[in-house]
Design a protein around this ligand. Structure first.
Ligand SMILES: [Zn+2]
Length: 750
């Protein structure tokens, strides 16, 4: 990757309802030998000619040269040509003198790598040095379709200037840069009339570009000022309709909220502005003042979800889909503090995504008082780790740098988010939130690493947290918990029972608080939290009624390893199984292929990116209804194969779902009609860890309406659709973590 950093959010079909994903890439380690020259300020005059893919720039750089006789070395895209470089010397008053300076160019190893421009050491004295760099050239790397099909990733481009739009970032190397420079920027950007430029910081005036400055007539010049040091500068331009609101947060902070949308989507502006205000009002009290003057939602001409300081760049497709949810817009807004105000060198450990995911995708629901949603998000985080990270592919959160697939996502976003949830339980509510705010305040405009977080949390909590970070951050894995026995004994002379149970950890030892729910005979229940500190933890509780059963971690407050066969069966069991079969149980009408074909075709395309050793077999459902020997099975079919499918369901799902000639029964409720479609997953009774998933539709129309969205419902055990809309969905309960309590009445406690 190139110099600087960027944030990329990946959109995933499987988890669209769960999370949004980002990765921050930063590279270019510091020169270990010489003290480094860094850039403190850029004053840029930029002309952009979209239909020619051309950029013409003068950049006045202020560099800090730490000592005499070190060469200045800056990088610039190889497609840009330096016209000349001059040293600027301030004279009395406002006058300055410019002297052309010599330079040499070193090409990178590949045609795409940036060129390195070297200015010899004798040119500049120590201290602040001002250089004018004049250059021009082409940036023309049209966005390509994403490579990954399981993820809908941002289209791939290193930057593009074209009639369809302009997007240039630090990855494009469109301005001279030095690694690890945190600079401020003043820009004047000229684009053709009708175009609008958006970048970081604050917009100033726009006016016609005078002929002496601009190469073409009819260009409009806009000023932008980035007054807070930033590690990279991204600039976009298009024919936007813009809308702004001068808004005051509940804390009194004034922030300009804007949208820059394409004319077709301009009507969505209010919705995005309202959502932005809602998130800012929620997160300012938690994280401290919003770090920028503005926040803008900007529509992009290619698929993306990019979070830059003070704006987010979202592809048209998702703008149209009302991308205002906590995992979406909320996540990008939290990055304003976490990642864009406090920086992270991701290659030294990426804590930014875990914390942002925790605060936005998860904590938002808690903050809004939606306990059910919050619980569901915790369940998804734990479940996602268990399905996407088999023990042999696990690695410590500390090693996560950026996300390439669901497996990285489950560690670097979801397990890392749960790390913060556990840390919050460890240090307590008040200290947790105070410390987060403190970290943002202390590290604003600076880089922070995991060890910095550990240090501040240790200081503020006055607890030794070394074991915590060693356990959850530096080692992989998660505790494997079970109850070995649970016995209740009546107490003589009192209307109470004594419950004794042992919690066993069968993996390596983890220290954690474990929640348990004890159900009692009188219908009441009691929630206990037990600090686990040994491999066998005995508990003894006095209860006001006879205990019947114990549930371990019923609300997913802990992070733990759960066997595949013990998790509620969902479509993602099928997706993550190493052996998969699709059984087709539908017929095509002459000239009209069944809409089920679309699903089969998509699965066939996805096969191309599977890991070695993974495969999907596609076959017809055998007349005897027998399933393949191994692995998970996806059965696709309609009424023509109803009895065959029903016998599979009866065998593996029991009475939870049933098909009949009127429709479908789910958990005892009957549903009827030609618009019905059912997606149901059950554990294979003969193959622990594998599932049978059935997609049954009462008519071709019913299939057509759900085919495209099938994998959105990867985390539900059952989804019943009526005319394409979800009527009911849910999970079969997780039964294996419940233990019945044995009553030992013959041995009362005296
Ligand atoms: Zn992110």
């Amino acid at each position: 990757m190139s110099i600087g950093s960027r944030i990329v959010t990946f959109f995933c079909l499987f988890l669209a309802a769960l999370l949004s994903y980002s990765a921050i890439d930063i590279a270019c380690a510091a020169d270990p030998v010489l003290p480094r020259v860094v850039i403190r300020h850029h004053e840029l005059f930029v002309q952009i000619v979209p239909h020619q893919h051309v950029l013409i720039v003068k950049d006045r750089l202020v560099l800090e040269v730490p000592q005499q006789k070190i060469p200045i070395r800056v990088s610039l895209a190889s497609t840009l040509q330096i016209d000349h470089i001059a040293l600027v010397q301030e004279l009395a008053g406002t006058k300055s003198l410019t002297l052309d300076v010599p330079f040499t160019i070193e090409r990178g190893p590949t045609p795409e790598s940036a060129q390195q421009i070297m200015i010899p050491p004798q040119v500049a004295a120590a201290g602040l040095v001002t250089l004018d760099v004049h250059y021009h050239g082409v940036i023309n790397d049209p966005p390509r379709d994403p490579r990954h099909l399981r993820f809908v990733t941002p289209s791939e481009t290193a930057g593009h200037i074209g009639p369809e739009g302009v997007y240039i970032s630090s990855e494009s190397s469109w301005y001279p840069d030095v690694p690890e420079s945190l600079s401020t920027y003043a820009l004047q950007v000229a684009v053709p009339a009708g175009w609008t430029v958006v970048t970081q910081g604050k917009a100033g005036e726009s006016r016609a570009c005078p002929a002496r400055l601009c190469r073409d007539d009819n260009m409009v010049m806009t000023e932008w000022a980035v007054t807070q040091p930033s590690e990279a500068l991204t600039l976009v331009a298009n024919t936007f309709v813009s809308m702004s609101r001068d808004w005051t947060a509940k804390t009194g902070q004034r922030i300009r909220l804007s949208t820059y949308l394409f004319p077709d989507d301009a009507h969505l502006a209010e919705e995005y502005l309202d959502a932005t205000a809602r998130y800012l009002d929620a997160y300012i009290p938690l994280l401290g003042p919003y770090p920028f003057e503005k926040f803008a939602v900007v529509e992009n001409f290619f698929a993306s979800g990019l979070g830059m300081p003070s704006f987010t760049l979202l592809g048209s497709g998702i703008i149209k889909r009302h991308y205002v949810q906590p995992y979406a817009l909320g996540h990008e807004i939290v990055h304003s503090w976490i990642g864009n105000a406090v920086f992270n060198r991701a290659e030294r450990g990426n804590w930014v995504e875990g914390l942002t995911t925790y605060l936005a995708n998860y904590y938002w629901h808690e903050l809004m008082g939606d306990r059910a949603q919050a619980l569901d998000q915790r369940r998804l985080m734990v479940q996602s780790y268990n399905l996407h990270v088999p023990p042999e592919r696990d690695y410590p959160v500390a090693q996560f740098t950026q996300k390439l697939d669901e497996h990285d996502n489950a560690i670097g976003y979801q397990k890392a988010a749960m790390l913060f949830h556990l840390l919050r339980q460890e240090v307590g509510e008040e200290i947790f939130w105070r410390t987060l705010k403190e970290i943002v305040a202390q590290y604003r405009g600076r880089y922070a690493e995991w060890r910095d977080l550990e240090r501040v949390f240790t200081e503020k909590s006055r607890q030794d947290l070394r074991w915590f970070f060693a356990q959850w951050l530096e080692q992989d894995g998660a505790p494997v918990l079970s109850l070995s026995e649970a016995i209740a004994r009546p107490v003589v002379g009192a209307p109470v029972f004594q419950l004794e149970a042992t919690i066993v950890q069968s993996n390596k030892l983890f220290h954690l608080p474990l929640q348990m729910r004890i159900r009692m005979e009188d219908g009441h229940e009691q929630i206990l939290t037990v600090p686990l500190r040994s491999l066998r933890e005995a508990i003894s509780v006095t209860l006001p009624a006879r205990p019947i059963s114990i549930d371990l971690d019923p609300e997913f407050m802990a992070f733990r390893r759960i066997a595949r066969q013990s998790l509620p069966p969902v479509l993602n069991h099928y997706v993550t199984d190493r052996r998969r079969s699709v059984l087709t149980a539908f017929t095509d009408e002459p000239g009209h292929p069944s809409p089920f074909r679309e699903i089969v075709a998509r699965i066939e395309t996805q096969e191309q990116q599977k890991l070695a050793g993974e495969r999907t077999a596609i076959a017809s459902l055998a007349p005897d209804g027998l399933l393949p020997q191994e692995g998970s099975v996806l059965v696709l079919g309609g009424p023509e194969s109803r009895s065959g499918i029903q016998s599979i369901l009866a065998h593996h799902c029991g009475e939870r779902v049933a098909l009949n000639d009127r429709g479908v029964t789910v958990m005892g409720t009957e549903h009827e009609g030609a618009g019905l479609a059912l997606l149901a997953s059950c554990h294979r009774v003969d193959r622990p860890g594998s599932v049978v998933t059935v997609l049954y539709a009462a008519s071709q129309q019913a299939v057509a309406k759900v085919a495209r969205l099938l994998f959105f419902y990867g985390w539900n055990s059952f989804v019943l659709f009526k005319d394409g809309a979800v009527a009911v969905r849910g999970e079969w309960p997780l039964v294996s973590d419940r233990m019945e309590v044995r009553l030992d009445a013959s041995n009362p406690i005296r």
